[in-house]
Design a protein around this ligand. Structure first.
Ligand code: DGL
Length: 273
């Protein structure tokens, strides 16, 4: 199949969190167009079963294929953990998750070979980071910690609130006790509380942001496949946003974190796909 280099990149997430990944793609691949889908009607994915997350992901991928995207980025860590393996051979276009790029950088960064991973119950429970990291270096010890309260705190906008510092400290104490020197922010929302996490963990711990690392991996992949955009990125609507519910709320959140003015998000019926 011939892939159109000027087609958009499809990016999807369970909701607003994946905008942290879209943001890194906007910053690092400024001439690429994006079609973003946030599954705001069915969020959260982090507490759902693998089968359900695979079914939701397949529906979204069908929608994105209909939008004629040239590649798909599964921005959601939980969907990457649960669905990437199941869907990647079903597609004619490249599909990337957010786990691999973060794991690679963590394996390179760690000095004492003790890596922490924080994420949803689904992501941490899947053990996927450990599987990747052990493959890269069998001597690495991986310590996972699910932090289910972080997502609602971020969505509430309490990014710099003392309550957030308190909760972050409580969840992360275990990782401090286990003397990790590298921490993967394994959930879409966590880059937004990165400074608090960094303060709690201390300077000696390197934080890995999979959103940024995935954007770089995407850039390399498009170049390698010779399908990078030929455009200048100066089109009127280079970025399109779709959701399964609450389009106005989505738009407000998007405008609070993106370097781009989101004028609308369109609601679609994802159950049709
Ligand atoms: N986007 C999800 C993730 O990165 C967090 C929110 C959810 O649980 O759906 O795992």
């Amino acid at each position: 199949m011939k892939i159109d280099r000027d087609a958009p990149i499809g990016v999807f997430d369970s909701g607003v969190g994946g905008l942290t990944v879209a943001r890194e793609i906007m910053r690092n691949l400024p001439s690429e167009k994006i079609v973003y889908f946030g599954d705001t009607a069915r969020v959260p994915y982090g507490s759902k079963s693998k089968d359900t997350v695979i079914r939701y992901s397949r529906q979204i991928i069908h929608f994105l294929e209909e939008q004629q995207v040239k590649a798909i980025v599964i921005a959601c860590n939980t969907a990457s953990a649960f669905a990437l393996d199941a869907v990647k051979d079903e597609l004619d276009i490249p599909v990337l998750g957010v786990i691999e790029a973060g794991a690679k950088v963590a394996a390179k960064e760690t000095r004492n070979k003790r890596v922490g991973v924080i994420g949803t119950l689904g992501t941490v429970g899947s053990g996927i980071h450990e599987a990747y990291l052990k493959q890269l270096d069998p001597e690495i010890t991986v310590i996972g910690k699910a932090c289910p309260l972080f997502v609602p705190l971020v969505e509430e906008g309490w990014l710099h609130d003392p309550v957030t510092t308190e909760i972050v400290s409580r969840y992360l104490q275990e990782l401090k006790d286990k003397e990790i020197d590298t921490l993967i922010l394994g959930c879409t929302h966590y880059p937004l509380i990165r400074s608090t996490v960094g303060r709690v963990m201390g300077d000696q711990v390197t934080l890995v942001n999979p959103a940024y690392e995935t954007a770089l991996q995407l850039k390399a992949l498009l170049a390698e496949m010779d399908i990078s955009s030929s455009g200048t990125g100066e089109e009127d609507f280079p970025y399109r946003f779709y959701v399964s519910d609450l389009a106005d709320e989505f738009k407000d959140f998007a405008n609070s974190i993106l370097p781009y003015d989101v004028s609308m998000a369109k609601k679609i019926d994802i159950e049709k796909y």
